[in-house]
Design a protein around this ligand. Sequence first.
Ligand code: FAD
Length: 342
Amino acid sequence: MSRVLIVGAGLTGSLCACLLRREMQNKVQIVVWDKARGAGGRMTTSRPPDPSSQSADLGAQYITATPSYFQSHSSFYSELLSSGVLQPFDSLVEGLKHKDGSRDYMTPLGMSSVVKHFLSESGADLFFEHHVTGLYRRGASWEVRRKAGSSEMFDAVVLTMPVAQILQLQGDLGNMLSVQQRQQLDGVVYSSRFAVALFFPPDAVLSFPWSARYVSDNRCICYIAADSRKRNADGPGRGPSLIVHTSVPFGLEHLEEDKEAVQPIILQELQKLLPDLPQPISTKCQKWRYSQVLTSVPDCPGHMTVLKSPPLICGGDAFVHSNFDGCVESALSVLSVLKASL
Ligand SMILES: Cc1cc2nc3c(=O)[nH]c(=O)nc-3n(C[C@H](O)[C@H](O)[C@H](O)COP(=O)(O)OP(=O)(O)OC[C@H]3O[C@@H](n4cnc5c(N)ncnc54)[C@H](O)[C@@H]3O)c2cc1C
C-alpha cells in the first residue's frame, strides 16, 4: 500500500486527500501534516477565548461561484450544499460589485467547515503541529523531516503551502527544480493584509443593517463583516462577532511590524468608521503574510511536478488562483498526476 503525505490541511490539501481516497479507496494510506493547531489554513475560523461569543472567519469570507465554475465544479457545489456546509449568501453586502450571474455562498459553521468536510471524507490520518522542515530523497521514498519530531518515510509527497514556504524547505527539493521551475516559483506574488476579529458579549447589538461592507475610501480598512450575522448565526446566548480586513497597501506598509503593534491602529480606524460599535470582550489579530495570490505560477496546469518517481508534487492556489475554485482546480490536477504515478 502506498503511503502518501499531504503537507497542509487547508482547502487544497483537504481536497487532495478526499479525491485521492475516492479514487484509490484502500489502496493508499493518506497522511496529512499541518504546522498549525487546527484545520483550515487561510480558511480558518477562530473561536473566541470566551465561549459566550460567536466564532469568526479570519481569512476567506464566502465563496463566489461564476456560472462556468458552478457548472464545471457542480459535484463539489452539490455535495457542500446538500450537506448544509454551504448555503446561499443573500444578506446585504454593501459595495459588492459582481460580474453577471455569479452566486455567493456562506458557511453556517464558518469557512473552516468546508476544509473539515473534505478532511473527514478523506479518512486521512491527520497530524497537527507537524511542521515540515525538509525533504530528502531516499531511493524510492521520501524522508520527510519536521520540527521537534522524528522523520518519516513516504512513497509520495504533495506540498500545498504557499510557494514561499515551499521554497524554504531544506533538503533535495531546491536541487531538483529546473531553472524554469525555479523562475516560475520565484515569480509568484502574494498580497499581505491584517485581519482583526472582535468578539462581543451576548447583549451587544450591532446597529448597522449590513452583513458585510466593502470600504473604498479608507487607507487602512477595506472590508468589514458582521461575521456571525453573515452566517445567520446571531441569536440569544452568544454575542456577535465582527471581522475587519486591512487594505493591501496598509498590509504592505506594516508587514514587518508585530501584529500587537498594528492592531491598535486598525481598531482606531474602525472606531472612526463605526463609532457606535459596542465594547468587545476580546479581539484577535492575524497577520496574513501570504494572503491572496496576485501573480500565480504562469503556464501551469494547476500543479508542478518536481519529481515523477517517487512523486513530489506542489499544488495550491498559487498554481491557479486564490479562491475556492482555484483550489478545486489545483487538487483535481494534483490527483491526475498522483493517480498516474501510484
Ligand atoms: C484574508 C483573506 C481573505 C480571503 N477571502 C476569500 C474569499 O472570500 N473567498 C475565497 O474563495 N477565497 C478567499 N481567500 C483565499 C483562500 O482563502 C485561499 O485561496 C485558500 O484558502 C488557499 O488554500 P490552500 O490550501 O491552497 O492554502 P492554505 O490555506 O494556505 O493551506 C496551507 C496549509 O499549509 C500549512 N503549512 C505551511 N507551511 C507548512 C509546513 N512547513 N509544514 C506543515 N504545514 C505547513 C499551513 O498551516 C496551512 O494550513 C482569502 C484569503 C485570505 C488570506
